[in-house]
Write a protein that binds this ligand. Structure first.
Ligand SMILES: NC(=O)c1ccc[n+]([C@@H]2O[C@H](COP(=O)([O-])OP(=O)(O)OC[C@H]3O[C@@H](n4cnc5c(N)ncnc54)[C@H](OP(=O)(O)O)[C@@H]3O)[C@@H](O)[C@H]2O)c1
Length: 357
């Protein structure tokens, strides 16, 4: 049995995500920052992904990025308009990958959909649920593909953990504990701390521990949270307690202050599943499974590239098949997650300029 809460990807778990699933899809990449480079390197591993164009606010960065990865075109802010507008006006670009800070996501996604492009956008899709519902409606109206880049959903180890939990091998899931923490750079202007950029631990990180709880127990009925805010009013740490009507519970922690082991633990009435190791909560490659009184079992999973080829395969496959959403990462799940995070932010007293309408 598989998770009733997260659909299994179309690609079989042991298939290589680098294998083409159809015609070439011509991608435009928006921004040249850290994750843009990591994901573009993985996109280049897909033979049916064409690196068509990249846009930046800065010509030097756009050109260097284009040369590094072999994009056909690059665009930057200048006399011809913004790099983004020029990329969106390029008829050769049919899908865009958005890798700007969160606060710009909604505006960039809206512009891309309006220009007729399919969209894969970094997490969080938007700053709040209102923005998420707006872009979801626009994508539906235009008949275009839209997906939040929650890559962990597509990783074989995560999917396997969901299948084990759903199979009953560890009994009925009663408790999930998951955490992600790293000491963010002290630079107060870094996007991760900046209120204007949607900074804070929640919007950057909560999606990952939440996945383990959501995937095994579904949407929680109640969420209570405590957090520590910095001088700008963004959360440096947050702890979430989730409750389900079945009595199941989860404790999730995100931190920009502490270096943590990135563990996810799913406990049932007859055993548990744990993932540990560097980046395990978002890039698991190993599961420890304790079922009943039996021996501890360890399952290992290969990593390809930096782990993004699976989500890139899904976005590419969906676009090739004319789908407007991924069944494994549906837009409704993104909206529901943003609603949950909106509620947590209200409890913590964290608000952003995007919240003001
Ligand atoms: N899926 C993952 O594993 C993962 C990992 C890290 C981050 N992310 C997500 O990806 C997004 C970007 O994160 P990042 O770590 O790559 O950030 P980053 O290194 O700061 O890069 C962001 C880029 O966005 C562009 N940009 C456009 N408007 C901007 C503005 N007003 N202020 C600053 N930069 C602006 C800049 O590129 P130009 O100068 O070229 O315009 C900048 O380099 C975030 O939403 C984050 O949550 C996802």
């Amino acid at each position: 049995m598989t998770s009733p809460f997260i659909a299994v990807p179309a690609l079989p778990a042991d298939a290589d995500p680098r294998e083409a699933t159809g015609r070439p899809v011509r991608w435009g990449v928006v921004a040249t920052g850290s994750i843009a480079a990591t994901v573009t390197a993985d996109l280049a591993l897909l033979p049916d992904a064409v690196l068509q164009a990249v846009s930046s606010r800065d010509a030097g960065r756009a050109q260097a990025f284009a040369e590094q990865f072999g994009f056909a075109s690059w665009y930057a802010d200048g006399d011809g308009g913004t790099g983004l507008d020029q990329l969106l006006a390029d008829p050769e670009v049919e899908a865009v990958y958005v890798a700007t800070p969160h606060a710009q996501h909604a505006a960039v996604v809206r512009a891309a959909l309006t220009a007729g492009k399919h969209v894969l956008c970094e997490k969080p899709l938007t700053i709040n649920a209102r923005e998420a519902r707006e872009v979801a409606e626009l994508a539906r109206d235009r008949g275009l593909f839209l997906m939040e880049a929650v890559w962990t959903r597509f990783l074989p180890a995560f999917q396997r953990a969901m299948a084990i939990a759903a199979s009953g091998e560890i009994g009925t899931v009663q408790w999930v504990a998951a955490e992600v923490g790293f000491p963010a750079p002290a630079d107060p202007t870094a996007r991760i701390w900046a209120r204007a950029d949607g900074g804070g631990s929640l919007l950057d990180l909560a999606v990952y521990p939440l996945l383990w709880a959501w995937g095994t127990l579904g949407r929680p009925a109640e969420v209570t949270a405590v957090g520590t805010l910095n001088g700008e009013g963004v959360d440096a740490q947050a702890a979430l307690s989730l409750q389900w009507p079945t009595c199941a519970q989860a404790q999730l922690t995100t931190s920009l202050l502490a270096r943590s082991p990135h563990t996810a633990l799913v406990c049932g009435t007859d055993g548990w599943i744990r993932t540990t190791g560097e980046h395990a909560v978002y890039r698991p490659t190993r599961l420890d499974v304790q079922a009943g009184e039996g021996p501890l079992r360890t399952e290992e999973f290969p990593l390809i590239g930096s782990g993004y080829p699976w989500e890139l395969r899904e976005a590419t496959r969906c676009i090739q098949a004319g789908l407007t959403e991924s069944p494994t990462m549906p837009v409704a799940d993104t909206v529901a997650t943003m609603e949950l995070l909106d509620g947590v932010r209200r409890q913590l007293g964290v608000s952003y300029p995007n919240d003001e309408v």
